[in-house]
Design a protein around this ligand. Sequence first.
Ligand code: NCD
Length: 324
Amino acid sequence: MLFKNSHLLSVTQLNLENIQTLFSLALQMENFISYRHHKPLLKGAVLANLFFEPSTRTRLSFGSAFNRLGGAVQTLTDAQTSSLSKGESLEDTIRVISGYADVIVIRHPMVGAVAEAAKISRVPVINAGDGAGEHPSQALLDLYTIFKHRQRDLNNINHLKISIIGDLKYSRTAHSLAKLLNLFDKIEFTFVSPEALQFPEEISQTLQKRGHVVRNTTDLAEGMKHCDVLYMARIQEERFPSAIEAAQYKGFYSINRQLFEAHCHPGTIIMHALPRDSREGWQEIHQDLDDLKNLVIFDQTDNGIPVRMALFALILDADLQLLQ
Ligand code: NCD
């Protein structure tokens, strides 16, 4: 079993059997989200939630999932208020915190930093985003959302047509989701991005080697046609060398109701890891799509709770008999 006492650093650690195990448990966990029906599988356990980059959903979702199972959450959100600002290394910080907690969730701006922390930690570490690298739990909840739309059957994900649109160079959620979909058969990927923000070539090559179809285009309309899933990725402004360079891409790809109705088939679902950029002129998903049932962005955030509950229960080897 991969999960028990393991770190989760990249989706490439997972196979289909692991995903089946996780999703079956996540479906069960949906019954225990409400406090009236909660199951304190992790009573007495402590999570250290270390976020060295901004976060709303991921931090609160990990925390809430842990709390829902009866565990306690310790949080560090700002390097400025921790001893890192006194020159302490991340290594020493992790060495210390792994004596305080049973599991550590880390978000860090540098690719690879979470994997480095995991080498030092005495308890399992979950990567909650390492720069433009990976964001495995987000990919799992994204996949779980697709799985629920496909009769809760992983076989129905084979042959999926997915268009991933936006800043594909820096979007770690796009990287992790594509790598996770690599486990299935004959996926059709259409990557829509500005020339300078293309999807990483080495991931594309891995996908092609496994027999998936990979198309790259700059044309939004082409990406919107013939897809089952339209996955929008925000321009990752914080990863650009300067705000001026990021601003070149302001509103570069912006979908609204009129475009959706003109190009997509009625069954297409629209996904986004969130936050969507709501600033005037940037909006990659216009609010006039909000009352369309095809927009599943808030199903994704809801799904983060049972998926993370299941992840914690498996990693910490909780007594699943208590769910009976
Ligand atoms: C994403 C992230 O941080 O990579 N957000 C999230 O965790 N839900 C996506 C983004 O910031 O665009």
